[in-house]
Design a protein around this ligand. Structure first.
Ligand code: PLP
Length: 354
């Protein structure tokens, strides 16, 4: 059995940090000094190392490249007022990672590697956590099949890695959304609930079409009727209608169970909103808009936290919002940010010390 004490650590001789301007950080472009790497061979995880960030050497026959057994997670670390590093809800991501692994016929990863390895890595590179508002350290754990055999079957070997990227605000401005009714992201029985790499490649064509029409992202709808809304890109979606917060339920397995979604629903409930997780049709959304009951629409996800949606286009009908007047989404966003930065009480125990 693998134990945390077995993680070997090799440190860089010279940190790259002084060469980086932490004031201008595009998302996911710069990586810290170290990474974690582990191998799955002969039915067990081994060779768990923290080492200098470096390229991987892979064979052209690497199974993941051909048949797509590849999954990932997205998590953030913050600095609190005392300058200590904390990670936001990593256990939830750990559990979801193993759910994705099972769906893709990949081996589960032990908590000692995923959580303890991540804590050690973040602690080692904690100088890289930017302290400006809305900035954080993005943590990207991922796993892929590493057999060097071209054959359609689950691999026998896998690699697990964690890399870290200091990051600024992702979509900081309110966005315009195109409600998709031709292309599909997920179907019941499919892999929509897994953070599987192929889901994102498969979504790019429809997103590019929407961008040509002037929109930032698509809001996916169900595959059968294109009637029930699902989610947006890498964000779940929450509608404030009257005094209710309504979001599509996870029952059909077509939506990624977002940790931010869950956190925002928890805070909205505390603010007095009635939470409804259920099928939500585009017709109901339009009716609420026409009746002036649809107050706010927000996207939730680790990368962007909360994104305000200023426009929703469905067929020839456009719903526009004056996001400057919104109060709910900005309030939840700053509340969540304050919890993450240690400025407000973390009563749900979301922050885990690195
Ligand atoms: C990652 C992701 C989300 C958001 O999940 P969080 O845990 O809040 O980051 C939503 N939808 C999709 C498709 C995603 O990949």
């Amino acid at each position: 059995m693998f134990a945390t004490k077995d993680i070997s650590v090799t440190k860089v001789e010279h940190s790259k940090l002084q060469n980086l301007n932490l004031d201008h950080l595009p998302f996911g472009k710069y990586f810290t000094d170290h990474m974690l790497e582990a191998d799955y061979e002969n039915g067990e995880w081994k060779n768990v190392e923290i080492k200098p960030y470096q390229p991987l050497v892979i064979s052209p026959s690497l199974a993941a490249l051909h048949y797509g057994q590849s999954i990932f997670e997205g998590i953030k670390a913050y600095k609190n007022q005392k300058g200590e590093a904390y990670i936001f809800r990593p256990i939830d991501n750990y559990n979801r990672f193993n759910i994705s692994a099972e769906r893709m016929q990949m081996p589960p990863i032990p908590e000692d590697i995923f959580i303890e390895g991540m804590k050690q890595l973040v602690a080692l590179d904690s100088n890289w956590i930017p302290s400006q508002p809305d900035h954080s350290l993005y943590i990207r754990p991922f796993m892929f099949s590493s057999d060097e055999v071209i054959g359609v079957r689950p691999s026998e070997n896998y690699k697990f890695l964690i890399i870290l990227s200091p990051t600024g605000p992702y979509f900081n401005a309110p966005i315009r959304i195109y409600v998709e009714e031709n292309y599909v992201r997920a179907v019941p029985g499919g892999v929509g609930y897994a953070k599987a790499a192929g889901n994102y490649g498969a979504a790019m064509y429809a997103t590019a079409q929407a961008k040509k029409k002037g929109y930032d992202q698509v809001l996916w709808t169900d595959a059968f009727e294109h009637k029930y809304v699902q989610e947006i890109g890498t964000m779940n979606v929450i509608f404030i209608i009257g005094n209710k917060a309504i979001t599509p339920d996870l029952g059909a397995g077509t939506i990624l169970a977002g940790v931010t979604r869950n956190s925002v629903l928890t805070l909205l409930q505390e603010m007095g909103y009635t939470i409804e997780e259920r099928p939500l049709s585009i017709d109901e959304i339009i009716d609420a808009y026409k009746a002036r009951e649809l107050k706010e629409v927000m996207g939730t996800g680790t990368a962007a936290t909360i994104t305000l949606i200023k426009e929703l286009r469905y067929k020839d009908f456009t719903m526009k919002f004056d996001t400057d007047k919104w109060q709910v989404a900005p309030m939840v966003k700053s509340w969540l940010t304050d919890i993450r930065e240690g400025k407000r009480e973390d009563k749900y125990g979301w922050m885990v010390k690195a």
